[in-house]
Design a protein around this ligand. Structure first.
Ligand code: TTP
Ligand code: MG
Length: 337
């Protein structure tokens, strides 16, 4: 059966929710993230007005401040965004039993049963309108023959847009786009490939990509041609809890580093034990001065919550031993079952 997949993503989600709560911020550049007065930490997101100044998610807050000191800078108010997310996802999810929430503001719906891209487009418009009427938030929708094309169509239609790419249009639609549009092609893969557009990426044979990128090569070969067989899977939400901390000053003082890390560990393990949740792995994040960020992961089978702390501290210690640079940020993410 011909597949029809819809991808929806809210526009500048945290920032837009803040604008909704505080209408006097409308029209002004707005940045949600760390406190620029303290000068540490990063931008979570910026509204589209602030993006005109070059401000982006993940950028050091001090850099955002330099680019646009007159912007409104707000701290992250996760409770507010979680509640907005829950309501929006409830609306979107009510339109198909085949759904997959991929992040706080993103969801896929499998609309194959509609059997028509025209009907899917009409439903997409209806969903956008309903979210706007009920939640006063704008969103963007991409519709395509699979998750890959739907997601890229969505990113091309931002903000407040809707783009449909039919199966016969998919290859042509992808051709002129930059290879970084393909999920899974990050800066490191880009470096290895040394080509700009998806059309140029198609010059590589399957074998060449496998030699260059290892086991990822096959899937990149397919994605470059608009092929993505992955299903829309319910209940496969990114399941993890995490926390991080940016030090006021970069440090190599183990007392300071481990004191903070232990606080992170206890706060996360308390959360898990209160909700009686089992875990299956951990990832420790370490950002060194110069913004160089590394992660180390470990699969943890059965065990008590204390094991998380013990294993996480070992991973953190390895970072300190392996890299002589001062540390800017530490974090822990726990994969849950
Ligand atoms: P995104 O959907 O990636 O970004 P966005 O909604 O702000 O903007 P748009 O989709 O219009 O491009 O992420 C959703 C939210 O997740 C975002 O509002 C804030 C949060 N987030 C971070 O905290 N850090 C990040 O690095 C990113 C990318 C997002
Ligand atoms: Mg978004």
């Amino acid at each position: 059966m011909k597949r029809i997949i819809l991808h929806i993503d809210l526009d500048a989600f945290f920032a837009q929710t803040e604008e909704r709560e505080n209408p006097h911020f409308r029209g002004k550049p707005l940045v949600v993230g760390a406190d620029p007065k303290k000068g540490r930490g990063v931008v979570s997101t910026a509204n589209y007005k602030a993006r005109e100044f070059g401000i982006r998610s993940g950028m050091p807050i001090s850099q955002a401040w330099k680019k646009c000191p007159e912007a409104v800078f707000l701290p992250v108010n996760m409770n507010l965004y979680s509640e907005a997310s829950r309501k929006v996802m409830e609306i979107v999810g009510s339109y198909s039993s085949k759904k997959e929430k991929v992040s706080v503001d993103e969801m896929y719906l499998d609309l194959s049963c509609l059997k028509s891209f025209k009907k899917a487009e009409a439903l997409g418009k209806k969903i956008k309108k309903e979210i706007f009427l009920k939640e006063k938030l704008t969103s963007t929708i991409g519709i395509g023959p699979n998750k890959l094309v739907a997601k890229i169509a969505c990113s091309q239609a931002k903000p407040d847009g809707l783009k449909v790419v039919t199966p016969s249009e998919a290859k042509g639609f992808l051709a002129p786009l930059l290879i970084k549009e393909i999920p899974g092609i990050g800066p490191k893969t880009k470096e290895k490939l040394k080509v700009k557009t998806i059309k140029e990426l198609r010059r590589f044979s399957q074998k060449e990509l496998k030699n260059l990128l290892g086991k990822n090569g096959n899937s990149i070969y397919e994605k470059a041609r608009g092929i993505d067989p992955s299903p829309v899977e319910g209940g496969r939400e990114a399941k993890s809890v995490g926390k991080e901390h940016t030090f006021l000053k970069d440090t190599r003082n183990p007392e300071i580093i481990f004191k903070k890390f232990n606080q992170i560990v206890s706060s996360l393990t308390n959360e898990l034990s209160q909700r009686d949740i089992s875990f299956k792995g951990i990832t420790v994040v370490c950002r060194f001065s110069g913004f160089e960020t590394h992660t180390k992961s470990k699969i943890l089978k059965e065990g008590d919550y204390e094991k998380i702390g013990k294993e996480a501290r070992k991973l953190l210690l390895r970072f300190i031993i392996e890299n002589p640079k001062p540390i800017r940020l530490i974090g822990l993410r726990i994969k849950i079952i």
